[in-house]
Design a protein around this ligand. Structure first.
Ligand code: SF4
Length: 221
């Protein structure tokens, strides 16, 4: 049950009767409750050694009813300190890219990572860490049920597409079937753009594609 549908139901309250409305409200609460319960599970997690060095678990943030869910690779130093995804320089660029296509990162999208704890020194996630942590991301996707997944960078792209032998350059800028249901768009990690600003036009083109996909979807659930 999406929030906009709830608004329609509330508008029709006098025609439907109060009992039905209460049932629908309960359904809406369930999405938030399930996400909250999963977050609590993550906050207790000791499934891999990364929990020993982290400052904060970084579960995810944004609108639990979003049609678009962005997935990065792992928290960096700023995210580890604040317990929120994409709050450093790369996060500011992500916020800006969203703004340019008219999306607000709190209201219109949900953002999470494959790993919920920071790998030391921002090293690449290890296969064992991805195996241990990714079930949390899969559960987040199942609870949020986005229409579109956007993989930011190769670790998210490989995990969500199940195609880890293909270079990122061959996957980016295209729609794929994701292993987990929603369609998948692959683009660069914003940190890669900060390192190589020459690719800015490519990531901007990918973000315009997000908007086009949403418009084609016509806002339907
Ligand atoms: S990275 Fe994931 S699996 Fe490892 S301790 Fe943190 S939450 Fe648990």
């Amino acid at each position: 049950m999406r929030k906009d549908n709830l608004e329609v139901l509330l508008f029709l309250k006098e025609f439907l009767g109060i009992n039905e409305i209460l049932v629908e409200k309960e359904e809406v609460r369930t999405v938030e409750k399930e996400l909250e319960e999963l977050k609590e599970e993550v906050y207790r997690c000791k499934k891999c050694p990364l929990h020993l060095q982290k400052t904060n678990y970084v579960f995810g943030s944004g609108n639990p009813y979003a049609k678009v869910m962005f997935v990065g690779e792992a928290p960096g130093a700023d995210e580890d300190r604040e317990g929120l995804p994409f709050v450093g320089r790369a996060g500011k660029l992500l916020t800006q890219l969203l703004k340019e296509i008219g999306l607000d990162r709190e209201k219109d999208v949900y953002i999470a990572n494959v790993l919920k704890c920071r790998p030391p020194g921002n090293r690449d996630p290890l296969p064992a860490e991805i195996r241990a942590c990714s079930p949390y991301l899969v559960k987040q996707i199942k609870i949020i049920k986005p229409k579109l997944l956007v993989a930011l960078g190769r670790f998210a792209a490989y995990f969500l597409s199940g195609r880890d032998k293909v270079p990122l350059s061959k996957l980016r800028g295209k729609l794929h079937e994701s292993v987990f249901g929603p369609r998948l768009l692959v683009t660069y990690h914003p940190a890669a753009i900060l390192r190589n600003p020459g690719r800015m036009h490519e990531i901007k083109s990918d973000f315009r594609m997000i908007l086009k996909i949403l418009e084609e979807n016509g806002g339907e659930d």
